[in-house]
Design a protein around this ligand. Structure first.
Ligand code: A3P
Length: 261
């Protein structure tokens, strides 16, 4: 049914997770210089990144437990931030997570159809059209990428990709820690990598995410788009990606030619 979603500033949101009032209130959300924002389109691995950052933060012991709690609450609320404006540059740090758009689309398809609070699609083809047109909860992935690409050179912003975290989680976490100013030992990074592996997080998912655990921790691999994309859909997405963000720094970071061809 249509009332599972509502539209705000031209973008759809799930009524179960948000409300026009919350989105309105976010416009005057007060940030502090110590705040950290984790930004990511749905299904780019946001739960994984959040877990890694929490582990890094709590291992370094740079913050007291009270400070940590405050910072994490702010992160949670800001995840919902629809369009961020850097009115006052340098007030906080932003870590942007990206994932190749083909795997993101496939992951979101399964999520959409498995989550009772989201409408279902009758077929992959029908869903694909909606994804390409941004007619999904939290809007268009392409718009999201274009919007963030405008801020890419900001000194307080860093970008990391799902694929690079998969390839070398320790290296990815080292970059994240350096950006936020945390210092951890080699053993601590290895311990966190084990603790945040797909298998480990999936095993704990009943505890951490209740009945949504199995939906959230589905496959955790790179390249599962190959099972669903038709030749025509492949070309359509290649073209759209090129049109929207081809030649940008963000496109280079996503490594489209490696992961989507
Ligand atoms: P798949 O559906 O491709 O398996 P989000 O947290 O933003 O909703 O993203 C969910 C995606 O991240 C899912 O992708 C999920 O399996 C994957 N994921 C979650 N935890 C992960 C982990 N520890 N390592 C790798 N991938 C993970």
């Amino acid at each position: 049914p249509e009332d599972l979603l509502f539209s705000y500033d031209g973008i759809l949101y799930p009524a179960a997770f948000s409300s026009p009032e919350t989105l309105e209130a976010l416009k005057s959300f007060e940030t502090r210089s110590s705040d950290v924002i984790l930004a990511g389109y749905p299904k780019t691995g946001t739960n994984w990144l959040e877990q890694m950052v929490r582990e890094i933060e709590s291992t370094d012991a740079k913050y007291t437990e009270e400070e940590m709690k405050e910072r994490i609450n702010a992160e949670k609320e800001l995840q919902m931030f629809p369009r961020l404006e850097f009115g006052d540059p340098g007030v906080f740090e932003i870590l942007l997570l990206v994932r190749n758009p083909k795997d993101t689309a496939v992951s979101y398809y399964h999520f959409y159809n498995n989550m009772p609070v989201l409408p279902s699609f009758a077929s992959w083809d029908e869903y694909f059209t909606a994804f390409m047109n941004g007619k999904l909860a939290w809007g268009s992935y392409f718009d999201h990428l274009m919007e963030w690409n405008r801020h890419i050179d900001h000194e307080r912003m860093m970008m990391i990709s799902y694929e690079e975290l998969k390839e070398n989680p320790v290296l990815g976490m080292k970059k994240i820690a350096a950006f936020f100013g945390f210092s951890l030992s080699e053993e601590e990074f290895s311990r966190i990598a084990r603790k945040t592996s797909f298998q480990a997080m999936k095993e704990k998912s009943k505890e951490t995410h209740g009945k949504f655990g199995d939906i959230l921790f589905r496959k955790g691999v790179v390249g599962s788009w190959r099972d669903l994309f038709s030749e025509v859909q492949n070309e359509e997405m290649d073209q759209k990606f090129e049109e929207c963000i081809g030649g940008t720094i963000l496109a280079t970071k996503i490594k489209y030619d490696i992961y989507c061809k």
